[in-house]
Design a protein around this ligand. Sequence first.
Ligand code: MLT
Length: 188
Amino acid sequence: METTGFIHRFEKGQPEERPLLLLHGTGGDENDLIPLARMITPTAALLSPRGKVLENGMPRFFRRLAEGVLDEDDVRRRANELADFITNARERYGMASPIALGYSNGANIGAAVLLLRPSVLAGAILLRAMPPLAHPQPIKLDGVPVLIASGALDPIIPLESAAKLASLLERYGAAVEHRVSPAGHELS
Ligand code: MLT
């Protein structure tokens, strides 16, 4: 279904449960994270957009100049566009503000939304994430819960980079838990 600019999938859930916003990795789509989300919560609503940027035909949420080198102007533009989509979708589907569940490129756009438009998210689960912006403006995250899950052997996102994101979000007031597992970039 396409409304408010993003092809997306929406699954209804129990109103008392916090919805999840699913953000896939490069080359994925709106279906990828549904099974993982259902392992986390069998009954919450799920909102799952498809990234609009194509890299060699592979959907992503923003442009990059090379692996691990992000186009920050595009990150800002796309994070704002995604935040507007979330706001519109909340109205359309009658949803509470969601917790982002993002993997890789999806985790990075989720982190960018937290840094640029914090009021649209209730929290974030960021799998294999790095800082999406080198010098974001300081903001107040006032205890927003964030789980960052990194792979100790990740060749795309070195552990120091994930740790930098964790300390940045913590400095801005988020309640960050950073977990590191003996894995690479893939989910395990
Ligand atoms: C990104 O572009 O967001 C990062 O390089 C992660 C990736 O997509 O592989």
